[in-house]
Design a protein around this ligand. Structure first.
Ligand SMILES: NC(=O)c1ccc[n+]([C@@H]2O[C@H](COP(=O)([O-])OP(=O)(O)OC[C@H]3O[C@@H](n4cnc5c(N)ncnc54)[C@H](OP(=O)(O)O)[C@@H]3O)[C@@H](O)[C@H]2O)c1
Length: 276
């Protein structure tokens, strides 16, 4: 039953909550010095751009990789270049035990986790009638199970700390059925994690923020392949894919105190692909 104006005017205990004790200078809000950021899928592509962005803003960074051990060298280089602490961890995010154990190791090594960027993902882009069930299960295990495991174990740390910040890399494919390659399973995995993230924003409202980034085509290994490249250029209002450097500011914004009033948001960054 909806409430009357009088019912709604009732003063409720604990409201309004206080404003956060953060700097008013916007550049100071973007400072990440002393913060600890975990990034999955951090060896290359969007994940490494995010790692660079956090390091450039002064954060200590834990780079998680699966098969691409260039992450180890990149972690060392970031530490030397920015005088921060970094470490690389080999983790298959579709393995809950590995995720749980590595979250524990990061807390042992760094003392806390301020921000967790659940970014790892993969696609086997095929119509469902051509897709094997193993291919379906593989995408579910990385894109859905992997995000759920990372959120669950990072969330336990956030709850214990009393603060935290989860950022999920979803996709514009969770919003639209992008063309011309049919990939219903990948699209659905991204729709899942977008809604999962919004739901966590409410569940964790007392101690952590949760936001979602939904990229369009970016020029990485997972970006537009030969079958959809020309259509990616035509569909994007800006007529091109994104460069990874163009996503760094958005993740930094969401990770930092510049976005303290933002939770449960899903930010599309796609050069205008989903507009038509
Ligand atoms: N590029 C785009 O156009 C685009 C658009 C929308 C959304 N996205 C999303 O952006 C995210 C990053 O993709 P990207 O474009 O940067 O492509 P990418 O360079 O291929 O990155 C994908 C990352 O996921 C990691 N990964 C895959 N399976 C994993 C597993 N089982 N356990 C742990 N890590 C695993 C890979 O790690 P290793 O290399 O170490 O194996 C890799 O670093 C993905 O979630 C993707 O769905 C990308």
């Amino acid at each position: 039953m909806s409430m009357s104006v009088n019912d709604c005017a009732t003063i409720r205990d604990g409201f309004p909550r206080p404003f956060p004790d953060t700097p008013s200078n916007v550049l100071q809000q973007f400072q990440m010095k002393g913060k600890v950021v975990v990034i999955t899928g951090a060896a290359d592509g969007l994940g490494y751009a995010v790692a660079e962005s956090m390091a450039e803003a002064g954060a200590n960074v834990a780079l998680w990789y699966n098969s691409n051990d260039v992450a180890i060298e990149k972690a060392k280089a970031l530490a030397d270049q920015h005088s921060i602490k970094t470490s690389a961890y080999k983790v298959d995010v579709s393995d809950s035990t590995q995720v749980s154990e590595t979250v524990t190791r990061v807390v042992q090594d760094f003392g806390k986790i301020d921000v967790f960027v659940a970014n790892a993902g993969m696609a086997i882009s095929k119509p469902i009638l051509e897709q094997t069930l193993d291919e379906y299960r593989k995408q579910m295990s990385v894109n859905v199970d992997g995000i759920v495991y990372c959120a669950k174990y990072a969330g336990e740390v956030f709850a214990k700390q009393g603060h935290g910040n989860l950022i999920i890399t979803s996709s514009m494919s969770g919003h639209v059925v992008n063309v011309p390659v049919d990939q219903p399973v990948y699209n659905a995995t991204k729709a899942y994690v977008t809604h999962f993230g919004k739901s966590l924003a409410r569940e964790w409202r007392e101690f952590a923020r949760v936001n979602i980034v939904s990229p369009g085509f970016f020029d990485t290994k997972m970006g537009a392949g030969p079958d959809c490249l020309q259509e990616a250029y035509r569909m994007s209002s800006l007529g091109r894919q994104g460069h990874v450097k163009e996503i760094k500011g958005l993740y930094l914004y969401l990770a930092s105190d510049a976005s303290t009033y933002m939770t449960g948001s899903d930010v599309i960054i796609d050069g205008g692909y989903v507009l038509p």
